[in-house]
Design a protein around this ligand. Structure first.
Ligand code: PBG
Length: 326
């Protein structure tokens, strides 16, 4: 009788043995929790396609941050929904804009108890719904860079720790770094949406943040999901431009790119598990087709296993609770 040369089952014999050899870990410390703040809102508004996620009025933001801190989550990502939109997206770089107000309020109340990150983009703030400035029928790259830099500086003035450009304009990291440095914000870091794909997984977010493009699509600026080498060039360019943390977005359908970025570079790698990833799990769980807790944790562990150091995720709060239970 011949025996198997290797018995991998030996290290699966008990819970404790499995714990001992567990390679990938997951903790609330891995999460960055998105927060939607809407100007002139009286009460929280539920986002239908994203169960348990809400748009908050400024007056509810501190309670939300306190709950996030309590769960052991170290960072938030602020998205603002302004009352006024125009072609220039001017409410995005208004020192009294909704995002700036939220940042300074959180900083004042919580000091350094939470890392404050904010989205730097135009689509919520432009009447066109595009992530850059529209001139004629084009999204003009270099005019957009000036605006993105102004947004970053105004967020820095409000007290942000990390700005997170998601517009996918060429040169956005360099333009923002230069403007931050020139204005004395050398310590404000940049987590760029480096390889943000033209994805169909964003549709629930567009309801959440009212930022769907009014004409056309985002194909002239976001990365096609067919092109892995192009995605890696985006990452490489951001590193050359001085980015502090790179991001692959979405996460679950892009684990190959997370793994490749991890192998090739030494910068911290974040992954953005986007609205569609969240909505699919929630919908299937509500129908009883999958177990929400098990599926949520498996997805997040997989993103970590692929090589992400941190995950921007709408599961941040629910997964933190699941991790406490388990
Ligand atoms: C806008 C922005 C989008 C997301 C984050 N920032 C939407 C888009 O590009 O259309 C998507 C996030 C999500 O789906 O969770 N710059």
């Amino acid at each position: 009788m011949s025996f198997p040369t290797r018995r991998l089952r030996r290290l699966r014999t008990s819970d404790k043995m499995r714990e001992l050899v567990q390679q990938t870990t997951l903790s609330p410390k891995d999460f960055i929790c998105p927060v939607f703040v809407q100007e002139d809102l009286k009460e929280k508004v539920k986002i239908e396609s994203m169960p348990e996620i809400e748009r908050l009025p400024l007056s509810d933001v501190n309670d939300e941050i306190a709950a996030i801190i309590d769960l052991g989550i170290p960072a938030i990502m602020i998205f603002g929904i302004p009352s006024q939109k125009d072609e220039a997206g001017s409410s995005a770089f208004d020192d009294n804009g909704i995002v700036q107000k939220a940042i300074s309020q959180i900083r004042k109340k919580f000091g350094n108890k939470i890392v404050i990150m904010a989205d730097v983009c135009l689509c919520q703030f432009t009447s066109t719904g595009h992530c850059g400035i529209v001139q004629g029928n084009k999204i003009d790259n270099d005019t957009s860079l000036e605006t993105l830099a102004k947004i970053a500086v105004s967020q820095a003035k409000a007290g942000v720790d990390t700005v997170s450009p998601s517009a996918m304009m060429d040169g956005q990291v360099a333009a923002i770094r230069k403007a931050l440095d020139e204005n004395g914000f050398t310590d404000v870091s940049i987590m760029s949406h480096s390889a943000k794909h033209r994805s169909n997984f964003y549709s629930p977010f567009r309801d959440a943040a009212e930022c769907a493009p009014k004409f056309g699509d985002r194909k002239t600026y976001q990365v096609p999901y067919t092109n892995a080498r192009e995605a890696m060039m985006e990452v490489e360019t951001d590193i050359q431009e001085g980015v502090d943390i790179v991001m692959i977005k979405p996460a679950l359908a892009y684990l190959d790119l997370i793994a490749e970025t991890r192998r090739k570079y030494n910068v911290p790698v974040s992954a953005y598990s986007v609205s569609g990833e969240y909505a699919m799990v929630k919908a299937a769980s509500q129908l009883g087709y999958v177990n929400e807790k098990d599926i949520t944790l498996e997805i997040l562990y997989s993103i970590k296993r692929a090589g992400a150091d941190m995950i921007v995720t709408y599961f941040a709060k629910s997964a933190s609770k699941f991790l406490q239970e388990s």
